[in-house]
Design a protein around this ligand. Sequence first.
Ligand SMILES: [Zn+2]
Length: 271
Amino acid sequence: MATISTSRWTKRGLAVTVALAAGLSAAGAAEPDLAARLDLLVGAYPESLSGVEGNRLVFRDGGPPLEIDDGKAKDHQAALAAGDVEDSLRQLYPLGACDGKPAVDDDPGRIRSDALMMRLYGKSAKAVAADLVAVDWFGETLRVTKRQGAAAALEKVRDALAEKPELKRYLAPSAGTFNWRKVSGAPNMSVHSFGAAIDLNTKFADYWVWSGGKPGRVPKYANKYPLEIVEIFERYGFVWGGRWYHYDTMHFEYRPELIAIAKAAGASACR
Ligand SMILES: [Zn+2]
C-alpha cells in the first residue's frame, strides 16, 4: 500500500512540485520520497506520533490510526480544501533569508490535513484552549499551544529576535495567535485554530485576499518584513506565509515536519 502510494505520488506530486518550484534542489541532496517524508513527520511530532504502518499513521495514545493517502487525485484547490497527510507533505518548503517568487499554486505548508492537526492539537476550540499557555511577546501576552513543543519553540524565536531590537516594530503588536476558525473563504481549518500560528504586525502585511486576489490568480506584491525574521522562525520549526503563491506575509505557523523535509532536501529559497 505504502509502496504504491509512494510511486504514484513521486511521479505526479513530487515531479510537478519540483518543476514548479524553480531552483529548489540543492547540490547533491536527494529529494526525500514519501516514506522519508513520513519518517520526518513522525520525528517532528514525537509527543503524538509513534510510526507508520502501511498507509496509516500510528499514534502514541492508542487512538485509531489515520489514513495517509486517500487515493484521490486532487488539483491544488481540492488539496487545499481536503488535504490528506500525503497531500500536506507534497510541496517542498524552501529555507533561507531570500523571498523568491513562488510559482502559481506553489503554497508549501498551506495544504494541511485537518484530521492530523486535530489529532496533534485538539478537535474543538475547547480542547485546544485547554493546552494554551502564555508566551510573552515584546510586551504582550500571547496564548499558544504547548502541544508538540509549539509554545517552547515560539519562545526560542522570541529570544533570538529580542537580540535585534530594530526588528521589534515588525513583530508587535501581534495580530493574533489562537482563533478557532476556517481559513478565510475556505472550508479547511486555519492553524490559528490550533494555537500554533502567529501573525506579526499587520502594518507591514501583504495578504493575497486583501490584494483582491482570486484562487490561482493573485496580484504581485513586495514583501515588507526583514528576511532575518523569516530565517529565525524557520530555525525553530515555523514556516512563513510569505513563501506561498497565495501569500500571507505576517503569518508564521509551526510545521516542524516541513522544515525537517526542507533540510533533508536541501531546499533553499536563495537560488
Ligand atoms: Zn495568520
